[in-house]
Design a protein around this ligand. Sequence first.
Ligand SMILES: [Zn+2]
Length: 194
Amino acid sequence: MSSGKNQIMEYLDLIRKFHSNLPVIREWIEKTLAENLDHAVPVINLGFPRLGKVFPLNLLKSAKTVVVNGKVPFPPLSRMGLPELAQMEKIPKAGITYKDTVFVSHIQHSTESLLFHELVHVIQWDRLGVDDFLLAYGLGLMQSDYRNCPLEQMAYTLQEGFDRQSLPDSVVEFIRRETDAIWASVASLFQRYR
Ligand SMILES: [Zn+2]
């Protein structure tokens, strides 16, 4: 067997392992959200004026923020049997989003620009649903580094546009279309598990 083929087999094995770990990750997310529900604040309450200009009111009302004092919560992937993705646990993160809830590490990171970035993820989660978001995001991490994983790259590119005051028209529709395109490009890899 050529080493190239070995690499593909290892890669497919990692995809299979990640897929079979979805219920554990899902359970961790639900537990984390439930534990923090009491101090979750709707994004609208933060009073960021520019977010209201680019996102619809219902999104700002339904999306929530939790400010933690220290590291944002992250699933213990190495303990969950996914040491290959453990590098992600070590990357310092100012914010992270699970479903409709944005976790921000320290109050000083709670900026309009960061919230914008995380709200892009809220729309991606909503569009894909939990399993498909995790699969697309996890695959992106396997294929490239954190910053270049496609769902992350979209959020960073749009955040730069937000900072420069140059965003595409109807940004929510734009995010949904781009998210659909990312999923369409990877869906076939997961078909065998459905
Ligand atoms: Zn991000």
